[in-house]
Design a protein around this ligand. Sequence first.
Ligand code: GLN
Ligand code: ZN
Length: 772
Amino acid sequence: MTTKSAVAAARATVYGYPRQGRNRELKKAIEGYWKGRVTADALRATAAELRSAHWRQLAGAGIHEVPTGDFSFYDHVLDTTVMVGAVPARHREAVHADALAGYFAMARGTQDVAPLEMTKWFDTNYHYLVPELGPDTVFAADSSRQVTELKEALSLGLTARPVLVGPVTYLLLAKPAPGVAADFEPLTLLDRLLPVYAEVLADLRAAGAEWVQLDEPALVQDRTPADLNAAARAYRDLGALTDRPKLLVASYFDRLGDALPVLAKAPVDGLALDFTGPAAANLDALAAVGGLPGKRLVAGVVDGRNIWINDLHRSLTTLGTLLGLAGQVDVAASCSLLHVPLDAAAEKDVDPQIRRWLAFAKQKTGEITTLATGLARGTDAITGELAANRAALASRANSPITRDPVVRARAEAVTDADARRPQPYAERAAAQRAHLDLPLLPTTTIGSFPQTAELRAARADLRAGRIDATGYEERIRAEIREVISFQEKTGLDVLVHGEPERNDMVQYFAERLDGYLATRHGWVQSYGTRYVRPPILAGDVSRPAPMTVRWTTYAQSLTGRPVKGMLTGPVTMLAWSFVRDDQPLADTARQVALALRDEVHDLEAAGTSVIQVDEPALRETLPLRRADHPDYLAWATGAFRLSTGGVRPDTQIHTHMCYAEFGDIVQAIDDLDADVISLEAARSHMRVAHELAAHGYPREAGPGVWDIHSPRVPSAEEATALLQEGLGAIPAERLWVNPDCGLKTRGWAETRASLEHLVAAARTVRDRLSPS
Ligand code: GLN
Ligand code: ZN
């Protein structure tokens, strides 16, 4: 007997997989190619082997339909630029001469030609290369890479689905090419771009694709009616093509909102939606538009950008609800697995009790398969998996690691007053002036000094046991002596110890805080061949011992000038880590803030009069939807103030952020109530100084006068001109003189020269203000 089911059996799929390989083979091959040690053919062979290994891995884990085209030598948006023929004019010759070398030239630039600009992929820590378009852009289809990779997967006997960046998202991520009017809107090129997509789709169908996925994550951001119309037009036109594969339009990272009815109505064959975090709102929204009758729904119920095991029972409930809303329901991760590390089983150093809570890409594919089986055949088919999952979740919920009663009681007892400095700014400023006795236009730096080869060698020696902790300490102290003596000689006013002991501004603190976990192999692509290992916020956070006091007080013991203490702020600590998913972010931020508050307190007690708490990630963590901003900004600024609010009035709190575009968060910056803020400003000719002034920012600010992102040394005249410009916005009593950001990536030669010029500029302008 056959029961006729309304829905076909659920299938398991993913949209993308980590690219680098178990031992970062891809990174090694690409960097080898750049250095001329690996031939282009060898690089291509390594890439093909990795792709096929990944597909086999996915198929072996029970994934029914594998993605193709998600692999990249550098970035999938750059790949899309190649696919649609939008290579910038300045790179065309190189690409024509040698496609692979030209591709990397677009990504990294050459001696003579600038690369494409790089920016963050939505609110992840992945960076893409920004397409440059203009009214003269002529698109031309090049489906060769997509077709090749599809054929590779098909030749393994697998069901494969090419994944492309969708046309609307591609245009919304683009910016006007150099020389094109700044108000040019790339989306106006849609009608020119669609025929190119049509051609690629036809080629993929001819090569054997039944389905093609078009990713439109830009539609989860707030969109204008014009944007939504463009999306409607795009999918009406692509849907109307006769010679095309079935189209699956995917969105992720947040809810679709107004774009959901648009896509639900579009004549495409399926949608892939995110149902995790704030995107869970897609469920009700989908029901409200009457679902996707007769169409395919790919349900992203496994969080593709965090590393915790799924709550299988809860996901099955969601999936069960969705069954009634579409013709076919398949199971997936919420987004590409590019954003998580490969395999939690490789983390042999992590306590097995905790390791069972972790799901990296490999474990997630297992979860997706299990859910698909449960959906297709009923929970009886997955009783073992469900029981194991329930036990693991319970062990996490009841663990003393995730629930430290002391931390919880303390966080609970926090009052609003704890997160406010009791004295108004004017009173604090007077006390600080008396205490610190700084000149007008005080000079300082952002914290780090060059991370030299010797420093990296010292850390490697320590790890390898070639030196012991004492030997390492001595090397760090020697570096601090050098950095302090250089700053004194150069005439800087507020000194720093240079952060030589820090491998990374988040990892350093994560390693010293309870509740944080480090991984050994948890690499995630940040951009190109750069991979990072974000630490994991696993449990309740506390600080067993001071983390920085030893270095700061040592530096202070060497000089009569104030040495600034240096901490990474709570928001940045969260932003560059994998966060807990079992409590609100605000709660985790508060715990981190309390740990930092202890450090601030200890620094102050040890005689530190100036303490900087860096928050470079404050803006990048802004939720994608504007409606979610107020909530985020309230807890984020609250956490910062909680970490800094307990100090004396004459202790000066600094903060630092490194971006030039911050118009949308000026109020939040004001709400931090820091006494001094340093910001990136050199490239934009002090625009932030004017933005701060326009907002009526009442406290002190140091808009950077040296662009540290380039090895170029600014002249004293240049720095003087920038300072004068800054003075046009911020009165001299509240203006600081500093570089744009930390100097860890700079060499000593340019650091010396640039800081000398910076101090000279401050002196010149001081003289002009009050000639002695
Ligand atoms: N204090 C840090 C440094 O100087 C700040 C780095 C940053 O803003 N990203 O390196
Ligand atoms: Zn910075």
